[in-house]
Design a protein around this ligand. Structure first.
Ligand code: SF4
Length: 444
């Protein structure tokens, strides 16, 4: 028995038949070869369970000991890593593709601005990421792919190629794939709209409100508001896709208009709202209380319209199961991953864009799979995050929040952002119609 050096609860028994089988399947061309010595098996396992796996070193060892060319060594490592992931984690069923890390807008609050990368994903990387999704999904039958950015429509050629490739692959193995896209809604051509509709790609448009609010923050590179352009896209999309979703980011200075913005956009044809507060900016106690009041008002309006079946606001319906579970973190990296334009993988796109020159919380890459097992264990097990929440005395009613928000505040994925703790309580209070205790005690 060999104790994993990085995870207290993980006991990796490389002498046990099951684990050994997982590491040494002998009967396929891409399996771990029987000729591989126990020392090499141990070395590979130690590396992929370490905090910073040295992938080039492992490839070199595989090439040298097994006399394999680089491509074969890479494939062997991919297969071993996939099997180890299978033995430790649930299937991966959701994939974000960061098709373009650049954007055609310059929104004032954009979390990706600091990334300042102009990279676009190649068709080769997109296909490899989709292959990885199918490999890691195991026998899970329904998968989800989100075309993301930057602005994904800036790389529409690869978006189309990736969609078709995933459709063909799914059909070949009897799985289903649902497609989603998050976009700023600027620059949609008729051809794009037809493709999105023909391939059932659900579009979530970033719309912060009516013109007065939206144009304050969501501007093009010359500082011009984009509301009219986005609404033109809404009208054109609606001809082919009757259900329109909007992702609203609420800035502290725009809370006053939130109710009017939601009702106004609904009247202009928006059916679904994802309402989120701006992160990475400081909110005053008064602004937070006012947000609570506005959300309560929207909830009451929403309750009166739900029966019409043309409106959905997730924040008021989705009682997150995770609030009741005995686990921490947002569960990113558990069943979902995101691929950067260069093929590196982390838990989600927001985490990927935290630093311009490094992928924080890296899980691996499309060529070798999720090699950073230690990182995946930390992001799914969240022992450090739990301990930090306990130290703050908030572990009973907070699961540690968003890794990216934690990093924005503390440069540490696992140190809870206390402002996010307040917002977590706020949204929970609105959802449950209960009083919100942060200076205010008004119920809905
Ligand atoms: S909560 Fe944060 S870290 Fe988790 S998936 Fe969402 S943006 Fe990513």
């Amino acid at each position: 028995m060999w104790r994993c050096p990085v995870h207290v609860q993980l006991i990796f028994r490389i002498d046990e038949p099951d684990t050994r089988m997982a590491l040494r399947t002998k009967n396929t061309a891409t399996s771990f070869p029987a000729l591989c010595s126990d020392a090499l098996v141990r070395e590979i396992v130690e590396q992929i369970l370490s905090a910073t796996p040295d992938v080039p070193l492992l490839l070199n060892r595989l090439q040298t000991e097994l006399h394999q060319p680089a491509a074969a060594a890479s494939r062997i490592l991919y297969d071993v890593v996939r099997q180890v992931n299978s033995s430790l984690f649930p299937p991966v069923t959701k994939l974000e593709l960061m098709l373009s890390e650049g954007c055609n807008l310059a929104c004032s609050y954009c979390f990706e601005k600091s990334a300042l990368r102009k990279r676009r994903m190649s068709g080769h990387i997109a296909r490899a990421a989709i292959d990885l999704l199918f490999d890691y999904a195991r026998d899970h039958s329904s998968l989800k792919i989100t075309h993301f950015g930057g602005e994904p429509t800036l790389n529409f050629e690869v978006l189309s190629e990736a969609t078709r490739y995933a459709e063909q692959k799914a059909a070949a193995v009897g799985k289903t794939v649902s497609f989603h896209m998050t976009s700023n809604g600027v620059g949609f051509t008729r051809e794009m709209i037809s493709f999105l509709a023909d391939h059932h790609i659900m579009v979530l448009l970033s719309i912060d409100g009516l013109a007065r609010t939206h144009d304050r923050f969501r501007v093009d590179r010359r500082g011009r508001g984009t509301f009219d352009l986005v609404m033109e896209t809404v009208r054109n999309l609606k001809v082919r896709q009757p259900w329109i979703g909007a992702k609203m980011t609420v800035m502290p200075g725009a809370v006053d208009d939130l109710y009017d913005n939601v009702v106004g956009l609904y009247n202009l044809g928006v059916n679904q709202f994802v309402i989120g507060h701006a992160t990475g900016v400081k909110w005053s106690v008064a602004e937070i209380e006012y947000l609570h009041a506005q959300l309560c008002r929207i909830r009451q309006w929403y309750e009166g319209r739900k029966h019409q079946h043309d409106l959905r606001i997730a924040e008021f319906e989705n009682e997150p199961v995770k609030d009741h579970g005995n686990y921490f973190g947002c569960q990113a990296a558990q069943t979902g991953i995101s691929t950067a334009a260069n093929g590196e993988i982390s838990a989600c796109s927001k985490v990927i864009t935290l630093k311009p020159d490094e992928v924080i919380g890296k899980l691996g890459d499309v060529d070798h799979g999720l090699t950073h097992i230690h990182s995946r264990l930390e992001m799914t097990g969240c022992q450090t995050l739990r301990a930090n929440c306990e130290a703050e005395g908030i572990a009973d009613d907070f699961r540690g929040g968003c890794f990216a928000c934690n990093y924005e505040e503390h440069k540490d994925l696992f140190k809870p952002n206390l402002q996010e703790y307040v917002f977590s309580n706020l949204f929970k209070a609105v959802r449950e119609g209960k009083p919100f205790r942060q200076g205010a005690s008004k119920g809905c």
